[in-house]
Design a protein around this ligand. Structure first.
Ligand code: SAJ
Length: 439
């Protein structure tokens, strides 16, 4: 089995199916097609398939090179797209790249997309074939979810009739193609043969190091690397809150701390959004039972980071109070709605939490974001007559703000900076994350 698959990969006669044509699946489908494989993308969204077949990317935002590569690979016939899982009967490799969100309440994985894709693939699974999961998954998902689901639906036996591997994506919006090519990847096979085949496949598109390991290690690495970042950001945020309480300046503290060898204090800020960092820590700890280990640091870090947009609301209320105004009935301009600077991606936006809190308190909130179509109106108009300016995202646009002029157009000159972008100006009631008020 392995020899046939290896030969098909090395000769590039292997046919590849990519299940899930979003941020992860579409770019990787295009790159395997460009590498010379015949690739068929599968998605449940007919509209998305229709766009792709016209060579139009359904992915929002600027993704350098993606639209051109998509058009070229579709035109060449190397990349096809369908809603029909029947194409998997011809697929030597099936790559799964569906979303794996976490439930807002339970913080447990919502594997609906995965649990739908697996039986659909299983029913059409070719023998032999290699199934690779790129989606970020909780440790033990390959063994406890993917393997049994495919065996049940196919009647085949894993590691005998088909092989399994986990090769977690390491993508960032705005650099999807570049990241696939330049980021090192972990390749975790359920068997050494699966690892070897997957390494052979990815060497066609990844120029960086490919680290061979097993499924569990690959699942742990991906979720841990993002949990690590979340804890680091939470540490910076907690230090900021301490500095505010004692009248310190977290930005000066951070700069001097980072001069100490081996320190890398991250940036405090108005919150932690996106589709990776808020989710992956919960995936990492989701399969733990209380008699195994009850994690404390990772949930605490999530709580600190989730509290930051609410802290921004407190800073707004505090500044309004100093200016003799209540939140209720005030007009607040929120600058930045994307989760990341210079991005249009609003997934898990911290600004959404702030806006909800201010509106719950009775404020009228106007949102501006130059990268989000819904909010890219006139900035001066948004700020005119406002009682507060709250900077939530460090978009380049906001770095050029002429605050001295802007506050003259506001009804109440309150400025709250959540990303260390603005500088205090005379006449403004100024607050910023991590800056304690002069005692
Ligand atoms: N943030 C802070 N302080 C920081 C860094 C980030 O508050 O010091 C906030 C950002 O404002 C944002 C959120 O955290 O709201 C996430 O920012 P991010 O820079 O981590 O960007 P992401 O979510 O796109 O994370 C991706 C991840 N990449 C993958 O999962 C493949 C992450 O592992 C990378 O470390 C990160 O990009 C990166 O380094 O750019």
């Amino acid at each position: 089995m392995t020899a046939d698959l290896m030969q098909a990969l090395q000769s590039k006669t292997a046919r590849i199916a990519v299940i899930g044509l979003g941020y992860v699946g579409l770019p990787v489908a295009c790159m395997f097609a460009r590498a010379g494989f015949h690739v068929t993308g599968i998605d449940i969204l007919k509209d998305r398939i229709a766009l792709i077949l016209q060579g139009i990317s359904p992915i929002q935002g600027k993704e350098p090179g993606l639209e051109e590569l998509l058009a070229e690979t579709v035109r060449s016939g190397r990349l096809e797209a369908t809603t029909d899982y029947g194409v998997c009967r011809e697929a030597d490799v099936a790559l799964i790249a569906v979303e794996t969100p976490v439930d807002d309440e339970t913080k447990k994985p919502r594997y609906a997309a995965l649990r739908s894709a697996l039986p659909s693939l299983g029913k059409n699974l070719k023998r032999p074939s290699l199934v690779i999961v790129e989606s970020t998954i909780a440790p033990r998902t390959m063994e406890d979810v993917v393997k049994p689901a495919l065996e049940d639906a196919s009647g085949l036996q894993a590691n005998r009739d088909f092989l399994l591997a986990h090769c977690p994506e390491r993508l960032m919006p705005g650099r999807l193609l570049k990241n696939i090519e330049t980021m090192p990847r972990v390749v975790g096979g359920m068997t050494p043969e699966a690892t070897e085949l997957t390494l052979t496949l990815y060497r066609n598109i990844v120029k960086a190091e490919l680290d061979a390991t097993d499924c569990l290690t690959a699942e742990l690495v991906k979720t841990t690397e993002n949990a690590y970042r979340d804890v680091q950001i939470a540490f910076a945020n907690e230090t900021a809150l301490i500095c505010e309480a004692v009248g310190g300046d977290v930005w000066q503290v951070r700069a001097l701390v980072n001069k100490s060898p081996g320190r890398n204090m991250h940036l405090p800020g108005a919150g932690v959004g996106g589709h990776c960092i808020p989710k992956d820590p919960w995936l990492l700890i989701s399969n733990l039972t209380s008699d195994q280990y009850a994690p404390r640091l990772i949930p605490a870090a999530r709580a600190v980071n989730d509290s930051m947009p609410l802290h921004m609301a407190d800073l707004v209320a505090d500044a309004l109070r100093e200016a003799g105004r209540e939140v209720r009935g005030s007009i607040i301009a929120v600058l930045g709605y994307a989760y990341l600077e210079n991005s249009d991606d609003t997934r898990n936006s911290p600004s959404a939490v702030l806006v909800r809190r201010l509106r719950d308190w009775g404020a009228e909130v106007h949102i501006h974001d130059p990268h989000v179509p819904e909010y890219c109106g006139d900035l001066a108009q948004t700020l005119k007559g406002a009682d507060g300016l709250v900077l939530m995202v460090a978009h380049d646009t906001y770095r050029q703000l002429d605050l001295a002029s802007i506050i003259r157009t506001m009804r109440t000159p309150i400025v709250v900076d959540g990303r260390k972008v603005l500088s205090p100006v005379p006449g403004a009631f100024f607050r910023e994350i991590g800056m304690g008020l002069a005692q």
